[in-house]
Design a binder for this molecule. Structure first.
Ligand code: ADP
Length: 680
């Protein structure tokens, strides 16, 4: 018999029952192997299981250990018990598990078991159990509340931890970007340097101390590049920094710091951090040297590009101006030297004429463009007749086209509403520019077409018109097409391409179209031709009673006109023109003598220069209008001036003049004006 052997048999069992029956706790014995059948269980075990006697207990549990344990706990318990028995010296085990009572209530029990080897029953377990449900619940609730506390604690810790980490990480990350970070108490001006790079450290500034602003100002005096010093000293006072902080929320200034490696661009930024600890001024300085250098390089490139464009433009312009000027000077010399050769003189004059014409258009374009770019171009809308505009365009361009042997077609059949409210001269300018280009860039024998159509109603009672100018000329390359409406651009330089031009025509055209609220588009294929389309919405008007042609039929021959002009050459040109049309002309050399003449003579109209000595055109006109008599109020005064802008025209009208014509003028235009006013 081994140490563990116990004489358990019928007899000893009845003795056990004697004791067991009176034990307050549960006691039972079961077979360690097989089905773990019970050998014995006392009354207390029955009552723990809610059974009144052995019968009920047997029914509930099948009188086996397995039947006593909650099925979900059995496996865990069984292996735990066996492990403990094997590993303990005294063959003892302890376990807690659930049981299901007869009334289905689930209870917790503790189990002190002991393994015995018996000669009658073999290996058995003797077990003391008691109901520990209340205790267990208490423990569980204790554990639960402890767990909750731990959990909450963990959460808090985690948060604190995260916040801590986040703050320090951010600070570290920022500090990495910054040369230095100072924290200043705005109340005391005490400061601490939070971080500084080695190179900043070498500048030898205090790490903490009092009177932050003075400390910085004193040190920076010697550490800032001399060109930035005054600006920094002006702005970096406590008062200024705080007033900027108040206004903008942050304060930033840039300057060059004289570091070991040389002047280095830095940006100093100050922000006010306000929290429950009070307010702190955080001042960080970071290195923006690379960024500034990149920016400067970029600016340099931009300015180089601008200079190049300017130089290109000047080179082209000086070429463009010199070419016609050379022709004018050259042919004038030729004509002078050959006055008797009428044919040669006529030919020279024709060439001088065409060169002057080009020069004038060049000057007009440059002035026009600068005016547009300064936002000073104004449209002056008045009732006009589209058919008349087309007629003039046809007159002007068909001659050039004919000289080049081009097939031209002007198609305006689709226009029903020709009377519109518009800036007549600007519409003419748009179309003439495009048609002229079509003629210029189309080789002999090819086609140029202008087609005007009405597309139907547009917004605000307007009508949409489309003007299409197409040619079968040299075309425009795909590369150049996107830049065609940019100023001073040409597909080829005048110096290469013999065709003259400034590269301004289309830029002006596009701007004018834009100002009119219209659209300009271009399609082109090299060697096949180009098509420009201009779409404008114009307000239709009722036709005027008397049109220009009818008025022109009335004769103005024999009328007397006063020309007030101080420049002899200009006066001579104008007088010759007028005389050729059969008009009698008096000339006054300045405003004052003009005024005298007006008082003494009866004129049909006055042609008035603006800039003159003694009395200018405005003063003279005002004085005439103030003279007594209906005649002086109605006498037509037409300004002839070199200032051709709309505001000059306005000024003329305000001075009491009736109209305006720009110098140098076209004889036809002057005659038209005289017709208009003399026959009124
Ligand atoms: P430019 O005074 O040089 O004619 P524009 O602004 O009127 O200036 O035109 C710009 C450039 O566009 C021209 O130099 C030419 O290369 C190109 N271009 C304009 N119209 C045509 C066209 N109908 N056919 C081919 N090329 C054209």
């Amino acid at each position: 018999m081994s140490d563990n052997s116990f004489e358990l048999n019928e007899m000893t069992l009845s003795v056990i029952d004697e004791f067991g029956g009176h034990m307050p706790g549960g006691f039972f014995i079961y077979h360690a192997g097989g089905n773990e059948e019970l050998i014995y269980a006392n009354r207390s075990v029955f009552s723990i299981f809610g059974c009144k006697d052995l019968e009920e207990f047997k029914e509930l549990t099948g009188y086996t250990f397995r039947g006593m344990v909650h099925p979900e706990d059995y496996k865990r318990i069984n292996s735990s018990i066996h492990d403990q028995i094997e590993n303990s010296i005294d063959h003892m085990d302890y376990a807690e598990y659930r049981i299901i009572r007869k009334d289905k209530a689930i209870r917790w029990v503790d189990d002190y078991g002991h393994y015995l080897n018996t000669s009658t029953y073999g290996g058995v377990f003797t077990v003391f159990i008691s109901d520990i449900t209340e205790k267990h619940e208490q423990i569980e609730s204790n554990i639960a509340s402890q767990m909750a506390t731990i959990e909450a604690l963990n959460e808090t810790l985690k948060k604190v931890h995260v916040e801590h980490i986040t703050f320090s990480k951010v600070a570290q990350a920022l500090a990495g970007d910054y040369f230095s970070i100072y924290v200043v108490d705005p109340e005391t001006d005490n400061f601490v340097r939070y971080s500084a790079t080695k190179e900043y450290d070498r500048l030898g500034l205090q790490k903490s101390g009092e009177d932050f602003f003075n400390m910085m100002r004193m040190n920076m005096e010697n550490l800032i590049h001399q060109d930035d010093r005054v600006r920094f000293m002006n702005i970096f006072t406590k008062e200024k920094v705080f007033s900027i902080l108040k206004r903008d929320g942050s304060f930033t200034t840039k300057f060059r710091l004289l570091m070991e490696q040389g002047p280095t661009y830095v940006s100093m930024k100050a922000t006010l951090l306000v929290d429950e600890d009070g307010s702190h001024l955080i001042i960080g300085t970071n290195n923006i040297d690379a960024q500034m250098k990149r920016e400067q390089e970029f600016q340099q490139k931009m300015s180089d590009a601008r200079n190049k464009a300017k130089n290109d433009f000047l080179a082209n312009m000086s070429h463009d101006i010199r070419t016609p000027m050379n022709a004018i000077v050259g042919y004038t010399n030729i004509a002078n030297a050959n006055l008797d050769d009428h044919e040669l003189v006529r030919d020279s004059l024709a060439k001088i004429g065409s060169s002057s014409h080009f020069l004038l258009s060049l000057i007009n374009d440059v002035l026009d463009m600068s005016k547009i770019e300064n936002g000073m171009m104004q449209l002056s809308e008045s009732p006009c007749d589209l058919f008349k505009i087309f007629k003039r365009i046809e007159d002007i361009t068909s001659l050039q086209a004919k000289n080049k042997n081009l097939n031209t077609q002007y198609n305006k059949e689709n226009i029903v509403h020709a009377h519109v409210l518009a800036d007549e001269l600007r519409i003419e300018q748009i179309l003439i520019n495009i048609v002229n280009n079509a003629i210029k860039y189309t080789p002999e024998g090819k086609d140029v077409q202008l087609k005007a159509e009405e597309l139907g109603p547009a917004d605000e009672g307007k009508i949409r018109y489309r003007f299409t100018i197409s040619d079968t000329g040299i075309g425009i390359s795909e590369d150049y097409l996107p830049y065609i409406f940019d100023s001073f651009t040409r597909e080829q330089n005048t110096t290469i391409n013999r065709i003259q031009g400034t590269g301004l025509g289309l830029a002006i055209t596009a701007r004018v179209v834009e100002q009119m609220g219209g659209k300009i588009e271009v399609e082109s294929r090299i060697n096949e031709g180009s098509t420009f389309t201009v779409t404008l919405d114009l307000m239709p008007t009722i036709p005027e009673q008397l049109n220009d042609e009818e008025a022109q039929e009335l004769n103005i021959r024999g009328h007397k006109v006063l020309l007030v002009e101080d420049n002899d050459i200009n006066a001579e040109i104008a007088m010759m023109m007028l005389k050729q049309s059969g008009i009698e002309v008096d000339r006054a050399e300045n405003g004052q003598s003009g005024l005298e003449r007006v008082k003494e003579n009866h004129y049909a109209a006055i042609l008035m220069d603006i800039q003159m000595p003694i009395m200018n055109g405005y003063e003279t006109s005002r004085a005439i209008r103030q003279l007594d008599g209906e005649y002086f109020k109605k006498l037509p005064i037409i300004a002839i001036s070199a200032n051709a802008y709309d505001d000059d025209v306005k000024q003329c009208l305000e001075a009491g003049m009736n109209d305006h014509i720009a110098k140098p003028f076209n004889p036809d235009d002057l005659m038209k004006l005289l017709h208009k006013y003399i026959n009124e």
